[in-house]
Design a protein around this ligand. Structure first.
Ligand code: NAD
Ligand code: DAU
Length: 329
């Protein structure tokens, strides 16, 4: 099977490529990635993949790659909410125009597509609301990032209905694991502590995220490609709700520090309060179950990865922290 992975040099995409090569010996993988600040050749080092450096919104690059593929797994995106608040344009370009470009190519070539999206398209929930997001929750995105992902989902749904494109969609909750960029919450705090800096919590830190290990997300993606129903949206989550405050305290504890040794910094404008996924249909219909059920153990492994792979993150650390300092975060 020839698999085209857009955004395969980023966090989830690189883990997907690694997992695919290990678990599916019949797969031939090509990665299309612009290698923005978030993409890294090093994340794919030593792997038997073709890496094409290019823009997912460039038809001349995308079309021939899609023509050669049996399935396209579309991860490429601008993915960080804070960046989208400072400069929204790249989010519109990559997330909306890029997805449009992929859709037109799969339409021309009749290629199967799986579109990777986020639970943030549904907006947020109150802390005391017993509800979780389902595939019928109305879209209500809060940030430029989540609104462009919502736009990309709508394009995919329209191309399925109007043009018969063979696409599935998935909306997943917050991922953690190796190869995640250090601008993101968990790796930022791990590398802060490893670097002798204090972790930074936005506002009071009561916001809740529904954590899932990246390997569980990617296993679900393959289940959907293999057995999912074309046109359907599947929500992926592992019942991992935890407040940001509790996560920072656990990172500090696992690194042998005082769990109270962190700073409260400026809150994110428009900060979503809580995400929670109901992944019942994925479990019941496709038989998917998370393997990483113990967040403490998964986080311990993730900390070990950042400790062992300092060369991967070190060159970016000062610049990432300087950028946050400029916004009081
Ligand atoms: P990431 O920022 O780590 O990686 C994104 C990758 O896309 C990078 O390699 C980058 O170079 C590439 N890219 C960006 N613009 C591009 C362009 N114009 N053309 C080609 N490549 C481009 O992101 P991630 O966290 O791995 O997220 C991957 C996907 O999963 C995104 O679609 C995101 O919305 C979705 N998602 C992420 C999470 C999460 O917790 N990280 C959860 C649910 C869904
Ligand atoms: O829910 C899925 C989404 O999860 C994905 O679609 C996004 O691509 C991914 O970036 C992530 O979005 P979040 O905004 O939830 O992730 P982030 O890592 O930026 O922040 C997680 C929480 O931690 C959020 O409530 C903000 C807070 N935070 C973040 C940083 C970077 C802090 O308190 N301190 C920080 O330093």
């Amino acid at each position: 099977m020839r698999v085209l992975v857009t955004g395969g040099a980023g966090f989830i995409g690189a883990n997907f490529v690694r997992q695919t090569l290990t678990e599916r010996p019949d797969a031939q993988v090509t990665v299309l990635d612009k290698l923005t600040y978030a993409g890294s050749r090093q994340s794919l080092a030593g792997l038997d993949v073709e890496l094409v450096e290019g823009d997912v919104a460039d038809r001349d690059v995308v079309d021939p790659l899609v023509a050669q593929a049996d399935v396209v797994v579309h991860f490429a995106a601008e993915s960080h909410n804070d960046n989208s608040l400072n400069d929204p344009w790249p989010f519109v370009h990559t997330n909306v125009v890029g997805t449009f470009t992929v859709l037109e190519a799969v339409r021309r070539h009749g290629t199967r597509l799986h579109h990777i999206s986020t639970d943030e398209v549904y907006g947020d929930l109150e802390l005391d609301d017993p509800a979780k997001f389902t595939a019928t929750t109305p879209y209500n995105p809060s940030s430029p990032y989540s609104s462009t992902k919502a736009g990309s989902d709508m394009l995919v749904r329209a191309w399925v209905r109007s043009f018969g494109v063979a696409a599935t969609l998935s909306n997943c909750s917050n991922n953690y694991g190796p190869y995640q960029h250090i601008e993101k919450f968990i790796p930022r705090q791990i590398t802060n502590v490893l670097d002798g800096r204090r972790p930074k919590l936005y506002g009071a830190g009561l916001n809740v995220r529904d954590w899932i290990h990246v390997a569980d997300h990617n296993a679900a993606v393959w289940d959907i490609i293999d057995r999912g129903q074309v046109g359907r949206t599947y929500l992926i989550g592992a019942d991992g709700e935890m407040s940001n405050k509790a996560v920072v305290e656990l990172v500090l504890e696992l690194l042998g520090k005082d769990p109270g040794d962190y700073d409260h910094v400026a809150d994110r404008p428009g900060h979503d309060m809580r995400y929670a996924i109901d992944s019942g249909p994925l479990r019941e219909e496709l038989g998917w179950e998370p393997r990483f059920r113990d967040f403490r153990a998964g986080l311990t492994d993730t900390i070990a990865w950042y400790r062992d792979n300092e060369a991967w993150w070190r060159p970016q650390k000062d610049a990432v922290e300087a950028k946050y300092a400029a916004t009081g975060q």
